[in-house]
Design a protein around this ligand. Structure first.
Ligand code: IPM
Ligand code: MG
Length: 360
């Protein structure tokens, strides 16, 4: 039966990079028997410009009906001064919450061809393969109460709430243990249990889940140390599981170890493996519309979609091998360019991946 994919290009470079990922999907449909139907909708700043909402009802409805979603990126200077309730980012957060996509998988893999592109020494990062499992629908991003209030003395005070229920911690921990079982069987849970009660509970619950997964080696690390260890000796990690905000920060940090944030895909899954797939980078308004953005993270997000939601692992591998092949050919967008390589634009990179898929 044909699966329904909702395409959400979003803002900035989202438009260009998603167009390349759609070329990949088209190729899989035409040449490799993938049965999917694509539909497109607005989200983020472009949706706000169109209807006054970063997540129009119509988009949320289509998102709920879809089997899978492919998102580009949201946000841009243009919308930065809007009220926080209608900023593009709210569109993304609304999709995550509305679809209950609580498990965010952010792999940080170093392609050997790009070892030079990392700002860290090759021996520190070569062979790097970390999976960050970030809780995505709870924590301080969604906790109530929140806001800015005026105190009796007229001073303003901003406040947000870090809150996790046991069930929320338990389900994300289970995801991390399951994934670790398919990898190197190690989970490092990241918290700030020395200061925050909420993450003290996080640690207790992760330990409890760990009891049922004796085959997995469980460790705990405070987030400040984890940030340091990620840049000091990142290969010590296999799976890291953490809260929404810590995961946001650590995943950018891990991404940079791989040379470019332009290479990394992500999956956001619900309890039934319905997913939204997106590059982990943002909308990069400074380079939007110039045909210089790297489409590989979005293309690799399609591979994750095939693997985690559409049960098409062989096609996922075909994409991943094609990406390897274009890197072997020396093709580089500007973010991963180094001396002696061939600089290509967004569209040429997408075309090269499609050609490499056909050549396998
Ligand atoms: C991410 C982004 C988002 C987040 C923003 C755009 C709301 O940084 O997906 O990591 O903070 O989750
Ligand atoms: Mg982020």
């Amino acid at each position: 039966m044909s699966k329904n994919i909702l395409i959400l290009p979003g803002d900035g470079i989202g438009q260009e990079i998603v167009a390349e990922a759609v070329k990949v999907l088209d190729c899989l449909q035409k040449d490799f028997g993938l049965k999917v139907e694509l539909e497109e909708a607005l989200v983020g700043g472009t949706a706000y410009d169109d209807s006054g909402s970063p997540l129009p009802e119509s988009t949320l409805k289509l998102a709920k009906q879809a089997d899978s979603l492919l998102l580009g990126a949201v946000g841009g200077y243009k919308w930065e001064s809007l009220d926080i309730a209608v900023r593009p980012e709210k569109g993304l957060l609304g999709l995550r919450a509305g679809l209950e996509l609580f498990a965010n998988l952010r792999p940080a893999i170093l392609y050997p061809q790009l070892a030079e592109a990392s700002t860290l020494k090759p021996e520190v990062v070569s062979g790097l393969n970390i999976m960050i499992v970030r809780e995505l629908t709870g924590g301080i991003y969604f906790g109530q109460p929140r806001g800015v209030r005026t105190l009796d003395n007229g001073e303003k005070e901003g406040y947000n709430t870090l809150v996790y229920r046991e069930s929320e911690i338990e389900r994300i921990a289970k995801v991390a243990f399951d994934i670790a079982g398919k990898r190197d069987s190690r989970v490092c849970s990241v918290d700030k249990a020395n200061v925050l009660e909420c993450t003290e509970l996080w640690r207790d619950v992760v330990n409890r889940v760990g009891e049922a997964h004796k085959e997995i080696e469980l460790s705990h690390m405070y987030v400040d140390n984890a940030a340091m260890q990620l840049v000091r000796a990142p290969k010590q990690f296999d799976v890291m599981v953490t809260t929404n905000m810590f995961g946001d920060i650590l995943s950018d940090c891990a991404a940079m170890l791989t040379g470019s944030i332009g290479m990394l895909p992500s999956a956001s899954l619900d309890a039934k493996s319905k997913g939204m797939y997106e590059p982990i980078h943002g909308s990069a308004p400074d380079i939007a519309g110039q045909d210089v953005a790297n489409p590989l993270a979005t293309i690799l997000s399609v591979a994750m979609m095939l693997r985690y939601s559409l049960d098409e692992a062989a096609l996922a591998e075909r994409i991943e091998q094609a990406v390897n092949s274009v890197l072997d050919q020396g093709l580089r967008t500007q973010d991963i360019f180094s001396e002696g390589m061939k600089k290509v634009g967004t569209a040429d990179m997408g075309d090269a991946v499609v050609a490499a898929m056909r050549q396998q």
